[in-house]
Design a protein around this ligand. Structure first.
Ligand code: 5RP
Length: 259
C-alpha cells in the first residue's frame, strides 16, 4: 500500500526548471537519504535509466561531504550496464564488478511501471538482464521513478510498450513466434535502434530485445515463468518479489513512497 506522502528537505537540490527532472531528482535523493546506511553499507548497486542519474549525483554529493567522505570513498558500486558504469565513475565513486562482490547491500534502480504490489516492468533501457542479476543479489532493492510510472492496478495497464525480453540473437524469430502463439502476446516486436532503424538494438550482453505487449497482465509471476522457459530467452523484464520500496517523485518535489 501507499503509505507516506512527504516533501523531502533537500537544501542542495537544484531546480532544473524541467518538471520531470525535478520529479526524478526528488525521488532519487529521498530514496538515497532514507535508505542508504552510510556507516554500514559498503557494496552499492546503481541501476540504469534517467532517474538513477540523480542517485549517482546524490552519492557524489555525500562523497564530497567531509562528514561522510571516509565512508563513501570505501563504497564499491556495482553497475547494471555501460551507462551506470559511466555514472559511477563520473561521480568519483569506486567501481566494482559483481563477480567480485556477489552480495550487494542495497541497489537503487528505475522502473518502467510499478504496480501496487511492487511488481515491476523494467528494461526500457535494454539493461534488464544485469538489472535482474543485481537486484536479486541485493539485500535491499529500492525503486526510484517519477510518478507517471505508477500503475493504478495491473502491470501492463500503463506502460504501453510491452514487456522487454532479452533473447539470444539466432533465437529471436522463434521466441517472437512462441510469445504470440504460446502466451498470447498481442504483439512481439524486435526492438530496433535509432531514428534510422539501423537494425536491432544490441544489449550489453550482445543480445537482442523483443518488446511483447500482453495488455493488462493478470498474473505476472506465471507469465514470467512461462517466458523464461522459452528457448533463447535470457531474461524477461518482469520483476516480482524483490523490490522493497518504490519512491515516486512529483514535479513539485514531493514524493510518494510505496512499501
Ligand atoms: C533500463 C530500465 C530503467 O530503469 C527504466 O527504463 C526506467 O528508466 P527511467 O528512469 O529513465 O524512466 O529498466 O533497462
Amino acid at each position: 500500500t501507499l503509505k507516506h506522502y512527504k516533501v523531502p528537505k533537500i537544501e542542495d537540490m537544484p531546480s532544473l526548471g524541467l518538471p520531470i527532472e525535478n520529479a526524478k531528482r526528488a525521488a532519487a535523493y529521498l530514496a538515497v537519504d532514507e535508505n542508504l546506511d552510510i556507516f554500514h553499507h559498503r557494496i552499492i548497486g546503481v541501476g540504469s535509466g534517467s532517474t538513477v542519474i540523480y542517485v549517482a549525483e546524490r552519492l557524489g554529493q555525500y562523497l564530497k561531504d567531509e562528514k561522510f567522505r571516509d565512508y563513501v570513498s570505501q563504497f564499491i558500486c556495482i553497475a547494471t550496464g555501460f551507462q551506470s558504469k559511466q555514472l559511477i565513475m563520473d561521480s568519483g565513486l569506486q567501481y566494482g564488478i559483481i563477480e567480485q562482490h556477489p552480495v550487494i547491500d542495497i541497489v537503487f534502480d528505475g522502473a518502467d511501471e510499478v504496480d501496487p504490489n511492487l511488481q515491476l516492468i523494467k528494461g526500457g533501457g535494454a539493461c534488464l538482464f544485469q538489472e535482474k542479476l543485481i537486484s536479486t543479489s541485493a539485500k535491499t532493492f529500492i525503486v526510484v521513478a517519477d510518478s507517471s510510472k505508477r500503475a493504478p492496478s495491473k502491470l501492463g495497464s500503463h506502460w504501453r510498450k510491452g514487456v522487454p525480453i532479452e533473447v539470444v540473437p539466432p533465437a529471436y524469430v522463434r521466441v517472437r513466434n512462441d510469445l504470440l502463439t504460446k502466451v498470447n502476446a498481442k504483439t512481439a516486436v524486435l526492438r530496433e535502434g535509432g531514428k534510422a532503424k539501423a537494425g536491432p538494438i544490441v544489449t550489453d550482453n550482445s543480445n537482442f530485445i523483443i518488446d511483447a505487449d500482453f495488455g493488462e497482465i493478470e498474473d505476472p509471476k506465471t507469465l514470467y515463468k512461462e517466458i523464461k522457459l522459452m528457448v533463447g530467452v535470457v531474461e524477461a523484464g518482469i520483476f516480482v518479489d524483490n523490490a522493497a520500496k518504490a519512491y515516486f517523485g512529483n514535479a513539485d518535489g514531493s514524493v510518494e513512497i510505496l512499501d
